[in-house]
Design a protein around this ligand. Structure first.
Ligand SMILES: C[S@@+](CC[C@H](N)C(=O)[O-])C[C@H]1O[C@@H](n2cnc3c(N)ncnc32)[C@H](O)[C@@H]1O
Length: 272
């Protein structure tokens, strides 16, 4: 199997069983814009959490930057504040709306394009650095996505990703709550193999631990968030609490988190 097929088949293996999806009235894949934006309260926090990726981006001294799958701006608003001409591409309406309100709040300029990559590639002008952070695990067909990134980058493409699938840490809970085994990949090594196969180049890879963890104001909010991802119907709330309870950490600063650990991450980049 080639690298692209291996990538795709690993993502397909993440499909949730239809009977579990039918048992709840919500979409477990929804992006909760408020929770995402809450993680990124200050430029200093962002820089500290993702200093490796930022160090790589800054090496290219970008005057312009495209952030694909920008979400609520966790990776790109700091560059807009520094005067970089930022284009943010984001397909999710709620995420894009929250991003626009944060842009207004911070008084910065960002060109927000509400669209999916690579469909939106024709709407952007080339930029010095083209980046995406925690997006490629949503992309089963990475070829057009990566080619389009490469085609609008003047100096570098910089990708930040989790070492494994972002939901891999939920595997033990799926098993406990539903008797369901979950995969772990695709991994950063799988992504590197895809880049080598598709673009014929060997990217640099820097591995580190950190990131911006999702945090909650109390246990109830945390249980509601993970209950949706884990497809636990409301009448099984006690089971959910029993499974997650031992792993909930009160951080003591008004924040509650599932598992107090830094995640294994990677910055994957290449010059164009
Ligand atoms: C985990 S969030 C990451 C947000 C932000 N980059 C960050 O690091 O905080 C993933 C984002 O990618 C977006 N996304 C998913 N598939 C995409 C695609 N094909 N093109 C552009 N954005 C995409 C989602 O809508 C979501 O906002």
């Amino acid at each position: 199997m080639d690298a692209v097929d291996h990538w795709r088949s690993q993502l397909e293996a993440w499909a949730l069983p239809q009977d579990l999806l039918d048992a709840v009235p919500w979409n477990p894949y929804e992006w909760p814009a408020e929770l995402f934006s809450r993680r990124d309260t200050s430029v200093a926090n962002q820089d500290l959490a993702e200093r490796h990726t930022n160090a790589v981006i800054r090496r290219f001294e970008p005057v312009s930057l495209i952030d694909i799958g920008a979400g609520t701006g966790g990776s790109c608003l700091q560059y807009a504040e520094e005067g970089v001409a930022v284009t943010a591409v984001e397909p999710d309406g709620a995420m894009a709306a929250k991003l626009r309100s944060l842009i207004a709040e911070r008084g910065v300029t960002v060109d927000v394009i509400e669209g999916s990559w690579p469909d939106a590639a024709g709407l952007v002008l080339p930029a010095d650095v083209v980046t995406c952070s925690h997006v490629i695990h949503n992309v089963p067909n990475p070829g057009p996505f990566l080619w389009a990134m490469q085609s609008v980058a003047r100096r570098a493409v910089v990708i930040q990703e989790f070492e494994v699938h972002p939901w891999a840490h939920l595997g033990p809970y799926y098993r406990q709550l539903h008797g369901l085994d979950r995969p772990v990949g695709p991994t950063v090594d799988d992504l590197v193999a895809v880049i080598e196969e598709l673009l014929g180049l060997v990217p640099a890879v820097e591995r580190w631990n950190g990131g911006r963890p999702m945090w909650f104001v109390d246990r109830d909010e945390l249980l509601t968030f993970y209950g949706r991802r884990l497809l636990v119907p409301d009448d099984r709330r006690a089971d959910l609490e029993a499974a997650l309870g031992p792993h909930i950490v009160e951080l003591g600063n008004g924040r509650v988190q599932l598992e107090d650990r830094e995640k294994a991450m990677a910055t994957i980049w290449w010059r164009v």
